[in-house]
Design a protein around this ligand. Sequence first.
Ligand SMILES: Nc1ncnc2c1ncn2[C@@H]1O[C@H](COP(=O)(O)OP(=O)(O)O)[C@@H](O)[C@H]1O
Ligand SMILES: [Mg+2]
Length: 261
Amino acid sequence: MPATLLATRPPLAAVGSVASLVNVTKVFGKGPSATTALAPVSLDVAPGEFVTIVGASGCGKSTILNLLAQLDRPTTGEVFINASRSLMFQEAALYPWLTAAGNIELALRLRKVASKDRRPRALELLAQVHLSGWADKRPHELSGGMRQRVALARCLASDPDLLLLDEPFGALDTVTKSLLQDELVALRQRRGFGAVLVTHDVSEAVRLGDRVVVMGGHPGHIVEIRSRHDGDPADAVRVITEQLRNEVRRRETDQRDRLTA
Ligand SMILES: Nc1ncnc2c1ncn2[C@@H]1O[C@H](COP(=O)(O)OP(=O)(O)O)[C@@H](O)[C@H]1O
Ligand SMILES: [Mg+2]
């Protein structure tokens, strides 16, 4: 096929997807100290879909999220993005000198929302994350859960097609975490955004994901992708936990064999 035809044909994996990774690898560093963070990984995210990625620490979850956020580039393979995105991390990273509303108003300002509309819009967003009455508090006056709610409201300020969430509830106690998970589900039903959420919490991955991507590490690879309709959630939690345990055991055995070789 002539090269020009190849170049103009739309990439197959990107058709109908808001985000695609196609045979993506990522190597950090060079030479003997290089770390292969991702073996070839391919993943498509459909519009409005909620994908969760679960795996042990160090298996490449954040690397995938950073590639989807286009904060980083793959070593080989391709990343296609066809969606507006918003990012949220484990720590809220709010501006400490701004109030809850002020943090959101700043995001709206960066989106070029007219100044008279910013405050009412910020209050509306805070109401959506159950923080009416907290608008004028600064981050240090809020609990960890409240700060994450502000961060979520700030993400939604740009009305993104796709939320990229890196262990957003990882630092919260279990009760607060479950509340925020429910709120995220409700927000998504109301607003229709898609999401890719990274977590090491299997129950969270199963609870939130339309599809759950189970990852193994060293180098990061996809062990299995499970759909919500692949059976009972409790069974899914059990099976995925066992898969992750096997991955960790495999790694420990590899390490031991290398050390004793
Ligand atoms: N900037 C970097 N430089 C060197 N190594 C990195 C860098 N970022 C991640 N890694 C390595 O890549 C692997 C995957 O990391 P990461 O994606 O952060 O894992 P996870 O989010 O699943 O805990 C780890 O071995 C980590 O040490
Ligand atoms: Mg990480």
